[in-house]
Design a protein around this ligand. Structure first.
Ligand code: DGJ
Length: 723
């Protein structure tokens, strides 16, 4: 811990007739990472906590003592003198709606040489109401995690209306916000705009998931727009798998406050005495080296601390959803198991449609909730398939959607009170289904058992895809009764309770997070999941934009990309696009030509050789598809001995030429051999100029560059760059 007391502030004389009060010195609380500082000041005059500084690491924080302006409220309250958005708002037992928070104490604990946690306790001088601000710093990754704990010991519950995870302030001339919005099959569309005075809110009100229309991530550039290599910015994301809100408020002095947390929309929370309300984490990185560095910081943090087994390896797989839909039987699946092996993939993933008997799951209108093998399709059950997979030398994985129910199901008939729906209005369906009331411990037990019983019966199951295909509408929890405004918050916390319990028993099982495509992608969930399904849109052209968006915040090891039959591009293009993250297939292998099969087998072998660099390397984005008609990016391993470069030509204008691209992240003194991979007839025909086979120093590659790609629309190239 390092803090300094300034003792520099002038003592303000009291008004005539009042006793002289000794002014306490200011206290500075210093948190930060290798390259950034987040510094708080306890003002000796009023005892409040202020954010004194957030930015590039200071040579010394001594100079802050000279700054007379105390800074901005670290966690602004409602009801006293704050005229802008509040981080926290509560109504006390006596109906008093005001909150005042004064500094009490703080302490810093170092978990290890990299991670430390500073806890700052603030208390209301009039009410027994306390907030602890937590600031966890990850020095080497330049990442800061913030959350708050709110608690009180008033006699009866206190209603809290706002409960931010983090409040940050910026003083810049201009603010450029990059946000990511979307819908089903349109995830992560990137937009950048300048913030003007007043409030801009990015939020979602979906309940079961954060992400679908708006994503719980943003980049905020200070003064000017940032590019990949230049500019001061923070990249932030909320670790919460439900309704979230980011508030960006530019005030009359052009200061910006950013308040992040659970969406308080329709969610006032009745907090019993003694029970802390712990907010989810806001995770952010500050850098003065552009968006590329911000992403690399988050990737490094995520691999070690954010994604389950983020530093580990992943299974390549063949999924049957795009190839068969609900239409399969044991024989068909046995064939797909053979295909899995033939392709050289690790695992077969059986998707939706394998369960339910009274209301068989032959389409998405029935069966959800009835997790017994469908006897017509699978007379010998999952056990047989697991065994078959074993015999064929591949692993077996399975799809579930345990939080949901179809009205045509035995579960619905048996437990109408387990469902989130308004008692006196018609049911409202999305994908013909309803959400189970996970706030009910009996439902939590049910969801846990869906997974646990399946894994107990079939210990050979090596992978799960956990889907969640709808948000909340017409929501009413039979379990919560008069506390309906708790439903959004309690649902997500209940989900985490179930996942916690499952992870205690099955700590290592790879589980893919899915939500009707990429509807639930956030670091609150990724603690429990090894990877996520980025989008149902697997058209490789669209996918470049989608994957580009995710790459800003999530490491390649977590982003599942499958080669499918969507889109009209060549197999090579689709393969090269899927390869830039965690590659898989969801395609009718039996319909491939001999050439296509051979091409895919070689590509998978290439991928297996290089996946470690892709999953755990540093990402450099050179050309954005949002700025040009192509996309170029590269991963470099830690020792800079190997890199994998992906180049995609989306479209070209008549006579358009591409200049060499200067690479980054290599060792200037090393000599690298350039080898083009995944060659197909199509790839060769369209090459503008191939540097394959040549060797260059890192210095050359980074100062002069490499001629990359082709001038034909929808072509691609993958290069292995080896020391
Ligand atoms: C939505 C997912 O995104 C798809 O990949 C597939 O698993 C379907 N659900 C199955 O219903």
């Amino acid at each position: 811990m390092s803090y300094v007391s300034s003792g520099q502030n002038p003592v303000v004389p009291p008004p005539a007739g009042q006793p002289q009060v000794q002014q306490k010195p200011d206290l500075f609380i210093h948190t930060g990472t290798r390259n950034s500082d987040l510094i708080y000041r306890v003002n000796g005059r009023d005892g409040r906590l202020y954010q004194a500084y957030l930015g590039t690491k200071l040579g010394s924080i001594e100079s802050l003592r000279q700054v007379r302006d105390e800074g901005h409220p670290a966690y602004a309250t409602f009801g006293t003198d704050n005229l802008f958005e509040a981080a926290v708002r509560a109504t006390h037992n006596d109906a008093n709606p005001s909150l005042e928070l004064k500094y009490v104490s703080h302490q810093t604990e170092n978990a290890d040489a990299n991670v430390s946690l500073t806890r700052i306790i603030l208390r209301d001088p009039v009410y027994p109401f306390e907030v602890t601000l937590n600031i966890k710093t990850f020095a080497n990754e330049d990442v800061i995690e913030q959350w708050a704990e709110i608690k009180h010991t008033e006699k009866k519950p206190v209603t809290i209306f706002n409960y931010a995870s983090s409040m940050l302030h910026f003083d810049a001339n201009k603010y450029w916000l990059t946000q990511f919005h979307g819908d089903w099959a349109e995830e992560m569309r990137m937009q950048e705009s300048e913030l003007t005075s007043g409030i801009k809110i990015i939020d979602s009100k979906l309940g079961t998931r954060a992400h679908m229309y708006q994503t719980p991530v943003f980049m905020l550039s200070l003064n000017g727009k940032s590019d990949e290599n230049n500019g001061e910015l923070i990249a932030g994301t909320l670790g919460w798998s439900g309704s979230f809100r980011f508030v960006f408020e530019v005030d009359e002095k052009n200061s910006l406050r950013v308040i992040s947390g659970i969406n308080p929309y329709a969610s006032e929370y009745s907090l019993p005495p003694g029970k802390p309300f712990i907010t989810p984490s806001m995770i952010f990185t500050f850098t003065n080296q552009g968006k590329g560095q911000a992403s690399r910081n988050l990737h490094r943090w995520a691999s070690k601390y954010g994604v389950l087994d983020g530093t580990g390896s992943r299974l390549t797989l063949l999924n049957n959803w795009e190839a068969t839909g609900f239409n399969f039987d044991e024989k068909k699946l046995a064939g797909i198991l053979d295909d899995t092996r033939k392709m050289g993939l690790d695992l077969f993933l059986l998707d939706d449609g394998w369960f339910a008997n009274k209301y068989p799951r032959n389409n998405d209108r029935a069966g959800l909730g009835d997790w017994q093998e469908n006897k017509a399709k699978l007379p010998n059950g999952i056990t047989y398939l697991v065994k078959e997979a074993e015999n064929k030398g591949v692993k077996f994985g399975i799809w579930i959607e345990p939080e949901m129910v179809n009205p045509r199901s035995e579960l619905y008939e048996a437990h109408p009170d387990w469902i989130l729906k308004l008692p006196n209005r018609p049911e409202h369906y999305y994908r013909n289904q309803l959400v189970l009331d996970l706030t009910n411990p009996k439902v939590q037990e049910f969801v846990y058992n869906v997974v646990d019983e399946m894994l107990t019966k079939n210990p050979g199951i090596a992978f799960i895809k956990w889907d969640c295909n709808r948000m909340m509408t017409n929501t009413y929890s039979p379990y919560l009764k008069d506390k309906q405004s708790h439903v959004y918050i309690d649902y997500v916390n209940s989900l985490y309770t179930v996942l916690d319990r499952l992870r205690r028993k099955y700590p290592d099982l790879p589980i893919m997070l899915c939500s009707g495509g990429g509807g639930r992608v956030d670091y609150g969930a990724l603690k429990y999941f090894t990877e996520f399904w980025a989008s149902d849109n697997t058209d490789a052209l669209e996918r470049i934009y989608i994957q580009w968006g995710y790459s800003c915040f999530f490491p390649a090891v977590s982003v599942c990309n499958h080669v499918t039959s969507w889109g009209r591009q060549s197999l090579k293009f689709r393969t090269d696009v899927a390869m830039m993250g965690k590659m898989g297939y969801d395609i009718e292998v039996s319909e491939m030509t001999e050439n296509e099969l051979k091409f895919s087998q070689t590509a998978i072998a290439n991928y297996n050789r290089l996946s470690d660099v892709i999953w755990h390397g540093d990402l450099y984005r050179f050309i954005s598809p949002y700025e040009e008609n192509r996309a170029v990016l590269m991963y470099v391993n830690e020792t800079k001995s190997k890199a994998v470069l992906f180049a995609y030509t989306l479209n070209t204008r008549y006579g358009e030429t591409f200049n060499p691209i200067r690479l980054q992240g290599l060792d200037p003194s090393k000599t690298y051999k350039i080898q083009e991979l995944n060659l197909s007839n199509e790839g060769r025909r369209n090459m503008m100029m191939s540097e394959s086979g040549r060797s260059y120093t890192g210095d050359h590659l980074m100062k002069i560059g490499l001629n990359i790609g082709s001038a034909t629309p929808l072509t691609s190239a993958v290069y292995e760059i080896s020391e």
